[in-house]
Design a protein around this ligand. Structure first.
Ligand code: GDP
Length: 444
């Protein structure tokens, strides 16, 4: 998602970097490019107009003429304005002072509500809450079962009407669910409601009735980022019909233009709380306007990367490796451990995709392949502990044995061993030069 937009915005801004000073004409030309890029990405016209007007005004203002590097200044302005239309500050979920917190999900059928209920439940559970899901979508034949399935996958309780009681009344189910949550001490209740393929009055009335019955702390409007301009009209209809306190964007992993998703916040005035980007329950996170903006501008999602790294890295292990590295004692065992730590963060192409400038390196990134890392891992695993500890032991006959054992060629084993020695030498030199760790030492 946002790839084309990102490419075009980066290109528009890049033409500026070649200029020393920016004239009003330069700014107008860039603004025009940005405008086209946003419209092509399906961003709503009104939003585009306001956005462009703000950029022009700020870029032509004093802050730019005084800047040493005007191009950078414009990038900064565009970034700030983009963060602005995405909502500015990260908006956290409102939790009730007296539990249970009630979160109601609303949106069209197929928007991803049921899936989201499971994702939210898992996310809440990981934060130490005891969530309960409530099946109030009694319209779609399989909706209750589907919710029960995601609930099971998330490892949480699902409250559903007893089978065999006919269609049932969703408002009654909602009421009983809240009572049950209090009784069973669930501190967060997530209410899934019915959606239709299009907006209709009956749907709105039912959602409003459920809302009145459960008095939610949050009503989240769930919207499929791939539905284009319809996202805006749907959002408006739900805002008028039910009202909501926040938005969840789903299917951000899709390849649609996604600009409508960028308009929802500006048009409804309600913040985007979460983003869903895949079919797995883990493909879900808090929405950070600043990170999304820098991602769209091709500056990379460095913050997300850092957060993921913090989760994946074992501090002690990293310190141990740094110590060994600086003294030239790094072994293949350490190398394997580090590689496994990095890979815990996800597919390597995804990680690299978050780095600044990654947008322009898409072709190269497509070639960075987890299979190559699998192979390196297999080779190291094919070595004995003694060989991993002291790779100098690995002579010709050992190389042949390792190659046969790990299903690669001798040449591939040679490559790995040679590159490891080179890297170890280089890292020890760098560590010596920058003065961290325990001093130079021999590297081979
Ligand atoms: P509901 O009708 O609003 O409850 O929507 P569902 O939760 O049943 O989702 C509709 C379809 O979209 C299902 O096939 C989901 O697997 C899929 N889906 C939901 N969220 C995402 C997402 O973030 N990415 C992708 N690719 N698919 C999703």
């Amino acid at each position: 998602m946002f790839d084309t937009l990102s490419d075009r915005l980066t290109a528009a801004l890049q033409t500026l970097t070649r200029k020393g000073r920016l004239s009003d004409a330069d700014i107008d030309a860039t603004a025009r490019e940005i405008r086209i890029a946003l419209l092509e990405a399906d961003v709503a016209l009104g939003v585009v107009k306001t956005f462009i007007a703000r950029i022009k005004e700020r870029a032509k203002g004093a802050e730019v003429s005084q800047a040493l590097n005007p191009a950078q200044q414009v990038v900064k302005i565009v970034n700030e304005e983009l963060v602005g239309i995405l909502g500015g500050e990260t908006r956290r979920l409102n939790l009730a002072k007296t539990p249970p917190t009630v979160i109601m999900l609303a949106g069209l059928q197929g928007a991803g509500k049921t899936t989201l209920a499971g994702k939210l439940a898992l996310w809440l559970k990981k934060q130490g809450h005891a969530p309960m899901l409530v099946a109030c979508d009694l319209q779609r034949p399989n909706a209750v079962t589907q919710l029960q399935v995601v609930g099971e996958r998330a490892g949480v309780v699902t409250f559903a009407p007893e089978p065999g009681n006919g269609v049932g009344d969703p408002v009654d189910v909602a009421r009983r669910a809240i009572a049950e949550a209090k009784h069973a001490q669930h501190d967060v209740v997530v209410v899934d409601t019915a959606g239709r393929l299009g907006v209709d009055e009956e749907l709105m009335k039912q959602a409003a009735d459920i809302r009145d019955a459960v008095e939610p702390d949050e009503v989240l409007f769930v919207v499929d980022a791939m539905i284009g301009q319809d996202a805006v009209t749907t959002a408006q209809a739900f805002q008028d019909g039910v009202g909501f306190s926040g938005v969840v964007l789903t299917k951000l992993d899709g390849d649609a233009r996604g600009g409508a998703a960028l308009s929802v916040r500006e048009i409804t005035g309600q913040p985007i709380l979460f983003a869903s980007n895949g079919e797995k329950l883990e493909d879900f996170d808090t929405f950070h306007p600043d990170r999304m903006a820098s991602r769209i501008l091709g500056m990379g999602d460095v913050l997300t990367l850092i957060e993921q790294a913090e989760q994946a890295f074992d501090q002690k292990q990293a310190e141990k490796a740094a110590e060994k590295l600086s003294s030239g004692q790094l072994t293949l065992e350490d190398f394997l451990e580090q590689m496994l730590a990095v890979r815990k963060m996800g597919p390597i192409g995804n990680l690299l995709g978050m780095l600044p400038g990654a947008g322009q390196m898409k072709d190269q990134l497509a070639q960075v392949d987890d299979k190559h890392l699998d192979k390196l891992q297999a080779i190291i695993r094919g070595m004995t502990p003694a060989e991993r500890e002291d790779p100098k032991l690995i002579n010709g006959s050992r190389r042949l044995r390792i190659a046969n054992g790990s299903g690669v060629t001798v040449r591939e084993v040679n490559d790995l061993v040679n590159r490891f020695f080179e890297a170890r030498k280089m890292m020890a030199q760098m560590a010596g030069r920058f003065g961290f760790g325990g001093g130079g030492g021999s590297s081979k």
